[in-house]
Design a protein around this ligand. Structure first.
Ligand code: NDP
Length: 312
C-alpha cells in the first residue's frame, strides 16, 4: 500500500469541508481534501440556493460548490477524488485509508462527510429529483409558494417541514404510512392545528407523477388497497437523514442517531487531533451556512492543536 504523510487531512467536500480547507490552507497547513462519494455534497442535488448570505440573486448549488472548491484550491488545498474507506485513530499520526488502497498518515483529521437524505427508492422519485422532488423544505419550499405540495414522513422533521411549507404553500398533503405519527406531541398538535395541512393516514406513495416536473402523486391506502391521485407540484421526502459516520464508529463517540459528538462550542471529538464539522455532527440546523461556520471552527481547532504539539 502506498503511504503518504500530511499535516491536515479533510474528508468530505460540502460547505463544511471546503470552508475548513480555505482556512487550513491559508494557515499554511497544506491540507489534502478527499471529495468522497458525492463531490460537493448535498448542495449538488439542489437547484437555487437563496438563503446563503452574499448571493442576493441566489446561486445554483453545484456552481456554489465549484466556487468553494476553487477558493480552497487558490490557497493550495490539494483536492482529490477518493473515498475514505477505513480509519485507525488509535495512535498519532492518525491513519486513513482511501479507496481501500492508499494510506494517509495525518497529524490532524477534519471529518466533514455530511449526511445523506433517505429516499423512498422509487424510480420516479429519483428521475424527478431536483424537478419537484426534494428532501429539504427549507431549501426548496419557496419555489412552491402558493401551490399544492405533498410531504412524506411522520417524524419531527416531517412535522416541522410540513408546518414550514404550510406558511408558503396553498395546501400541504402530509402522507403518513401508519395511523399515528412518530413526531413529538407538540409537533403533532401543531400540524393538526394548521388548517391547510391535510394528513393522509395509512398511505404509501406508489409513484410520483410527471415527465419533466412533478405533476402529482399516486398514493395507496394500505388498509383498503385503494389508490388515489393528488395533483401537486412539489413532493418532499422527510423520512430521516443518515449521517455518514459509519467508518468512524469504532473510535468516535456518536449519538443515538449516529451523529458524531463534538465538545459543545468546538469541533473537537473524543480523539485528540480529530475534528468534525457540518452535517455529520449536526442534526439540528443542517444548513450550508452553519456547515461552513463549523468548517471554519474545525480548521482553527486543527491549527491550534498542531501548534500546541509543535506539528505546525
Ligand atoms: P425519524 O426517524 O424520527 O422519522 C422518520 C419518519 O419517516 C417516521 O415517521 C417513519 O415512519 C417515516 N418513514 C421512514 N421510512 C419511510 C418510508 N419508506 N415510507 C414512508 N414513511 C417512512 O426521522 P426525523 O428526521 O424526523 O428525526 C430524526 C431525529 O431528529 C428524531 O430523533 C427527531 O426527534 C429529531 N428531530 C428533532 C427536532 C426537534 O427537536 N426540533 C427536529 C427534527 C428532528 P414510521 O413512524 O412509520 O416509522
Amino acid at each position: 500500500m502506498e503511504i503518504e504523510k500530511v499535516k491536515c487531512l479533510i474528508i468530505g467536500s460540502g460547505p463544511a469541508g471546503y470552508t475548513a480547507a480555505i482556512y487550513a490552507s491559508r494557515a499554511g497547513l497544506s491540507p489534502v481534501l478527499y471529495q468522497g462519494l458525492q463531490p460537493g455534497g448535498q448542495l449538488t442535488i439542489t437547484n437555487d440556493v437563496e438563503n446563503y448570505p452574499g448571493y442576493p440573486e441566489g446561486i445554483n448549488g453545484p456552481q456554489m460548490m465549484e466556487d468553494f472548491k476553487k477558493q480552497a484550491e487558490r490557497f493550495g488545498t490539494d483536492v482529490r477524488y477518493g473515498i475514505a474507506t477505513a480509519v485507525d485513530f488509535s495512535s498519532q499520526p492518525h491513519k486513513v485509508t482511501i479507496d481501500e488502497q492508499q494510506v494517509i498518515l495525518a497529524d490532524s483529521v477534519i471529518i466533514s462527510t455530511g449526511a445523506s437524505a433517505k429516499w423512498l427508492g422509487l424510480e420516479s422519485e429519483a428521475r424527478l429529483n431536483g424537478n419537484g422532488v426534494s428532501a429539504c423544505a427549507v431549501c426548496d419550499g419557496f419555489f412552491y409558494r402558493g401551490q399544492d405540495v405533498a410531504i412524506v414522513g411522520a417524524g419531527d422533521t416531517a412535522a416541522e417541514e410540513a408546518t414550514y411549507l404550510a406558511n408558503l404553500c396553498r395546501k400541504v398533503y402530509m402522507i403518513i404510512r401508519r395511523d399515528e405519527m412518530r413526531a413529538s406531541l407538540i409537533m403533532q398538535e401543531r400540524v393538526k392545528k394548521t388548517p391547510n395541512i391535510e394528513i393522509v393516514w395509512n398511505s404509501v406513495t406508489e409513484e410520483v407523477l410527471g415527465e419533466q416536473a412533478v405533476e402529482g402523486v399516486r398514493l395507496k391506502n394500505v388498509l383498503t388497497n385503494e389508490t388515489r391521485e393528488i395533483p401537486v407540484t412539489g413532493f418532499f421526502v422527510a423520512i430521516g437523514h443518515q449521517p455518514n459516520s459509519e467508518i468512524f464508529k469504532e473510535y468516535l463517540n456518536l449519538d443515538e442517531n449516529g451523529y458524531i459528538r463534538t465538545i459543545p462550542g468546538t469541533s473537537k471529538t473524543n480523539i485528540d487531533g480529530v475534528f468534525a464539522c457540518g452535517d455529520v455532527q449536526d442534526f439540528t440546523y443542517r444548513q450550508a451556512v452553519t456547515a461552513a461556520g463549523t468548517g471554519c471552527m474545525a480548521a482553527l481547532d486543527a491549527e491550534r492543536y498542531l501548534a500546541s504539539r509543535d506539528l505546525h
